[in-house]
Design a protein around this ligand. Structure first.
Ligand SMILES: Cc1ncc(COP(=O)(O)O)c(C=O)c1O
Length: 416
């Protein structure tokens, strides 16, 4: 097989090498034997965040009564204030939850649905989110509809495709800010403006957007914004939030029923239904402030630039492998730190599914020490590559070479 000729990073644009190296050195716990190109699924945290999480857990262990009954609520309030500053919103619109899945379940428990109502999702939505809404619709006699978005995701075409499916029965639209399998940035602000004309509330599924993009739910104009801090923002695992418009906050329903009141005996707040969901360590939530401190505006700009350079190297590399290329035709500036690349469905290929990855994902890990996500979306085989501050051009090139090799093996196995 002839060697691939791939144009590397643009030296003019990537003159931040020293700073990037210093940033990368903060991710001290990463396994040196693994090429980790899957920050988009599970993003490891820098030392600052790990230290913060340990600090909060130690404080809890030292005096649990003091921590749970007297300190925790005000500490959570403080973390919500820092998060609100990051989102350019108000603290009384945001509650910390363990992840976007929990936040989406809160929205599902809250939005009133009756027999015959419809919830609109797009064909790019995350599998677990689809499951949440299928379950909610089943239990209420409502239906969930999947809008097929156009291949070229322009603002106008995207809005038109969704608008066409709106009916008098549509009670909610659920849409990703940045999609999971296809790694696309969707025009959520325009979609919300369109939905407002029809008086349809919009729930944004946003775990990939934090740090990849500047996020401000008010500016987007949505009703709900669900997110996880443990992706691009580099928060600790188990840190997320729900933002809700004030017309919803007092109506929010927790799918987990607990005491429902303040454990510190403070004045009642809508957040009381969410801040005590049974006993659990809130260290990951409290460490979110440290993730925001780490991903300060300067470092975020560096991350976006560096990651995008690596993504462009990946795109150029995969373009040289027969049958590979970007999964969707997106403009280059619609990608930040993650790209989905189509792989050829060689004879005998079986689509992977949750818990059962595509064979190439397993072989990349076993033979090459590379972790990426693969899957199938709308019957098309894809590999999604993520890049963060700790990733290097050599790692991306190693992945391209390895995929090229494995696909060549697949093709020759098919011929034998
Ligand atoms: C678009 C999208 N929504 C929701 C989720 C669920 O996030 P979490 O597992 O943190 O709840 C993910 C996770 O990858 C995702 O990519």
């Amino acid at each position: 097989m002839p060697p691939l000729q791939i144009v590397g990073m643009d030296e003019k644009r990537s003159n931040d090498g020293m700073n990037i190296a210093a940033d990368a050195a903060q991710f001290t716990q990463l396994d040196p034997d693994c090429v980790y190109l899957n920050h988009g699924s599970f993003g490891p945290s820098p030392q600052l965040v790990n230290d913060a999480r340990e600090y909060w857990s130690r404080r809890l262990e030292r005096q649990p009564m003091q921590f749970f009954c007297r300190d925790m609520e005000s500490e959570l309030d403080h973390a919500a204030e820092v998060l609100a500053g990051f989102l350019n919103t108000r603290p009384d619109r945001v509650v910390l939850l363990n992840n976007a899945t929990m936040a989406m379940n809160v929205v599902a428990a809250t939005v009133p649905l009756q027999h015959g109502d419809r919830v609109l999702l797009t064909d790019h939505e995350y599998g677990a989110v689809r499951n949440i809404w299928s379950a909610r619709c089943r239990s209420t006699g409502a239906f969930s509809d999947s809008v097929v978005l156009p291949d070229r995701l322009t603002e106008a075409d995207c809005c038109a495709a969704i608008e066409e499916r709106i009916t008098a029965q549509t009670k909610l639209l659920v849409i990703s800010h940045v999609t999971s399998a296809t790694a696309c940035i969707l025009p959520v602000k325009a979609v919300c403006a369109m939905a407002r004309k029809h008086r349809i509330p919009v729930c944004i599924d946003g775990p990939h957007a934090l740090s990849m993009l500047d996020v401000c739910p008010e500016d987007i104009g949505c009703d709900f914004y669900c997110a996880s801090g443990h992706k691009w923002l580099c928060g600790a695992f188990g840190s997320g939030f729900l933002w809700a418009h004030p017309r919803w906050t007092s109506k929010l329903v927790s799918p987990i029923v607990s005491w429902g009141g303040s454990i510190a005996g403070r004045a009642p707040s809508w957040k009381d239904r969410f801040q005590w969901l049974g006993t659990s360590d809130p260290a990951a939530l409290l460490a979110l402030s440290s993730a925001i401190e780490f991903m300060n505006p300067e470092r975020t700009a560096r991350f976006r630039n560096h990651a995008n350079q690596l993504i462009q190297v990946a795109i150029r590399g995969f373009a040289q492998i027969s049958g590979c290329g970007p999964l969707l035709s997106q403009p280059a500036d619609d990608l930040v730190s993650m790209v989905s690349l189509e792989l050829p469905a060689t004879p005998g290929w079986k689509p992977g599914y949750h818990g059962h990855p595509d064979a190439i994902q397993t072989l990349l890990r076993q033979r090459h020490g590379i972790e990426v996500l693969t899957g199938s979306w709308n019957q098309r085989r894809f590999l999604r590559l993520s890049a963060h501050l700790y990733n290097t051009e050599q790692q991306v090139l190693r992945c391209v070479e390895a995929v090229s090799q494995l696909l060549a093996d697949e093709r020759s196995d098919a011929v034998d």
